[in-house]
Design a protein around this ligand. Sequence first.
Ligand code: C2E
Ligand code: CA
Ligand code: CA
Ligand code: CA
Length: 282
Amino acid sequence: AKAMGRGNYQFYSEEMNARTLDRLTLESGLRHAVERGELQLKYQPQIDLASGDIIGAEALLRWHPAGQHLIMPDAFISIAEETGLIVPIGEWVLRTACAQQVAWRRAGLPNLRVAVNLSARQFRQPGLDAMVARVLADTGCPPGRLELEITESVLMERPDSAAQTLQRLSDMGVQLAIDDFGTGYSSLSYLKRFPINALKIDRSFVRDIAMHSADNDDGAIAAAVIALAHSMGLTVVAEGVETARQRDFLRALHCDQAQGFYFSEPMPAPALEHLFIKGEAS
Ligand code: C2E
Ligand code: CA
Ligand code: CA
Ligand code: CA
């Protein structure tokens, strides 16, 4: 699949931010969201910057209660986290994403990697590794085709137990990425103790690239993160790429992968499959 541009995908105008809905309504609704089949995943393509190929997709959760607008994760993930509902919801996300990876294999896209976000509560849940192993076995998703995204702050809170959890996941062959890198104030060298594969540069640093043409510090943080991460043997993924200039800048710095609205919005699985196949043909 070659590089895609803007306009390849329609925006979902019915998406809303449900900050206005009251918390209790959300909480009681969320309790039944899994069993009522109200959760869905969208997938945002991840692009290999050197080739322009789609190499994977990040699964992003949406909640669509019957007869209501689609609710975005920022409006309900923290409630799910506080109530513990994130544990069953997160398992549903993982299972659905792994099943999707297997569906892509069957559709002739065997190498697509699927990335899944893990929340703090999920990450600290005893038996997380057993749950992941069970889902991989049940679905038949190869461990190496699953990437788990964990934020820096989750690792820094209890670094010793975090390192042990990551080691168990890494031993299973699962790929591990640090999400929102650069927002948690940890040093890159500190991350050496964790068995991780990739860093995702937070979009605030990508936004800084080529914003003001007179600035010669444009993208300085992104550039430093890329160089240091490479020196540590980590793959670098840039998030929130919205312009061709940002893509070109990142590519010139040998940033490995990127995702963002410039390439594509998060989309339903069949649309991603279509985009992949269309891109391959061109
Ligand atoms: P995140 O993990 O950093 O995910 C990336 C977010 O940035 C997504 O928002 C995505 O739609 C958005 N995005 C992608 N490209 C661009 C771009 O070019 N520009 C801008 N401005 N934004 C872009 P989304 O889907 O609303 O998710 C928000 C957050 O909710 C995620 O941030 C993640 O922290 C959380 N989340 C989403 N799905 C899950 C899930 O299944 N489990 C958990 N625990 N958290 C989730
Ligand atoms: Ca993420
Ligand atoms: Ca992120
Ligand atoms: Ca700047």
